[in-house]
Design a protein around this ligand. Structure first.
Ligand code: SAM
Ligand code: CA
Length: 231
């Protein structure tokens, strides 16, 4: 699980969880199973999942895209927050992790809302555009390989409807956007310099991108909310 808010001391973080976290039994079991995986740091923390579910409900999202599924925690948060006649396109390249995800989606009875695409996400997003689905999605969550963040951003912007919402994950990269030496040895292996630079570059680009409204938040490992302008 990714670290909580970088500025919160641990007992304040525990207080936030104790006084506000509402995690379904299935989500909790998935999180605990994922914690045993060596790559578990990739999973979003539960309060972020709850926040994303709230966003999805606030905008009444029915067509969503998830770029980077891992064991399926964030996809499950979004799918549980949507009505029965909605769906999410879930993009990943890893079959093994997706097998875990599918087990929990089934248990939560949301598997019919999730269209899993095992392929490089750029290919999947381009195929949606080629099939005439531009400007038709309500919500996109970007959380896959950081080197491709700008590609994911540009393709997602084409797929979002005007007024649609994108959430970009890990925009603070455990502090590495400021100084890559802040990463521990394990994270240094997971996050090579070009991936850190890709996140810095997208952050800089977003600051002045007048196609969108933005808000960068210090929740979890940093997320940026991006709303596509109406015109
Ligand atoms: N959102 C997930 C969650 O909450 O548990 C975590 C996603 S994890 C940070 C990143 C995922 O991106 C991994 O499962 C990895 O297999 C996937 N990935 C990496 N490169 C990819 C690519 N080119 N296309 C699609 N998925 C990719
Ligand atoms: Ca992430």
């Amino acid at each position: 699980m990714e670290k909580g808010n970088l500025d919160l001391i641990d007992n304040m973080y525990q207080y936030v969880l104790a006084s506000s976290l509402r995690e379904s039994g299935v989500l909790n079991r998935l999180r605990i199973e994922t914690e045993k995986d060596p790559a578990a740091i990739m999973q979003i923390p539960p309060e972020q999942g709850q926040f994303m579910a709230l966003l999805v409900k606030l905008i009444g999202a029915k067509r969503t895209i998830e770029i980077g599924v891992y064991t399926g925690y964030s996809t499950l948060c979004v799918a549980q927050a949507m009505p029965s006649d909605s769906y999410t396109i879930a993009c990943d390249v890893n079959e093994e992790w997706a097998t875990i995800a599918k087990r929990y989606w089934k248990e939560a009875e949301v598997e019919s809302k999730i269209d899993l695409r095992i392929a490089p996400a750029i290919e999947t997003l381009k195929s949606l555009l080629e099939n005439g689905q531009g400007e038709s999605y309500d919500f996109v969550f970007i959380d896959a390989d950081k080197e491709n963040y700008d590609n994911y951003y540009e393709l997602s912007l084409k797929l979002l409807r005007p007024g649609g919402l994108m959430v970009i994950d890990n925009v603070l990269l455990f502090g590495a956007v400021i100084d890559s030496n802040l990463l521990d040895d394990k994270l240094k292996v997971m996050l090579p310099e070009n991936s850190i630079q890709a996140v810095r570059d997208l952050n800089s680009k977003l600051k002045n991108d007048n196609r969108v409204d933005i808000s960068m938040l210090q929740i979890a490992d940093g997320i940026t909310l991006v709303r596509k302008n109406q015109t």
